[in-house]
Design a protein around this ligand. Sequence first.
Ligand code: NAP
Length: 292
Amino acid sequence: MGKYSGKNVVITGGGSGMGLAMAELLVADGARVVITGRSQATLDAARERLGENAVAVRGDVAVLADLDALADRVRGELGSVDALFVNAGIAALTPFGSTTEEAYDELFAVNVKGAYFTVQKLAPLLSAGPGVVLTTSIANVMGVPEASVYAAGKAALRSMARSLSRELLPRGIRVNAVSPGPIGTGVLERAMSAEAAEEFKARQAEGVPMRRFGTVEEVARAAAFLAFDATFTSTPSSALSRLNRTHGSPASACRSTPSASSSGCPAPNTTTNSSSPRWWALEGLRSAPRRR
Ligand SMILES: NC(=O)c1ccc[n+]([C@@H]2O[C@H](COP(=O)([O-])OP(=O)(O)OC[C@H]3O[C@@H](n4cnc5c(N)ncnc54)[C@H](OP(=O)(O)O)[C@@H]3O)[C@@H](O)[C@H]2O)c1
């Protein structure tokens, strides 16, 4: 019997990066997972890796009809859901003067509207005492040059976690958020040679207090803790995994009450590292949203 045996989990954006790491961690300990994403090839590869306790469902979180279809499929495959990881997201570089309406709309459609309606559509399937974990970003409290739209969307998500945690509490649903710093998700290695990626990461890591990137496994462990182990005393909350910016463990999940320092974590902006050169590149921010 694994720690998560009998647990049913949905992970949006579960075909790659942090979402896939969450799926791997949970499946390895007995959970059944439904992962989602837009790319069938990515989903097929992830499904192959995860094995028979995983179901891949293709869909766009920004399209409400796709979310309805996802809910139907989840009902059929899992029945009820013990944990929901609202992790799908896109990143893009949008210098203020040249940000287009299309880029703005796409970032908010996926990262904000998509997350909101993912929770709304799947909430009826949540079992007793379930956990919802939103993946936001360290950008939610930082001033981020050339990524104001992405950062604003992630701040909206953080705010949403706080409001929903209160609104859904009467149903016994715990809502939290992880706010990762720069995480090695392989995006750099896909964009450049291994040597160039290593050199780039080493340069960027100099601007990070821990002097290294976080790993997808660290985020996955923090998210799993919030989904299953964190108690009701953590609501209303936006539990932050301040990867790479706290003095504690890299995966430390710090509860963010209105005064974050009361939980032993630094206040949200005490270690803000906005002067870190081109830090946005670490999250794979591009000059324009990805198109499918
Ligand atoms: N990497 C970092 O340093 C970092 C730091 C802080 C926060 N984050 C956040 O962490 C989350 C996961 O990102 P990641 O770094 O693991 O990158 P990733 O590997 O690109 O993961 C993002 C996932 O979301 C899916 N996705 C994107 N748009 C979608 C849509 N419209 N509908 C459904 N699925 C969609 C992608 O699949 P498809 O492309 O197949 O749709 C992909 O599986 C994101 O919310 C990101 O903003 C990342």
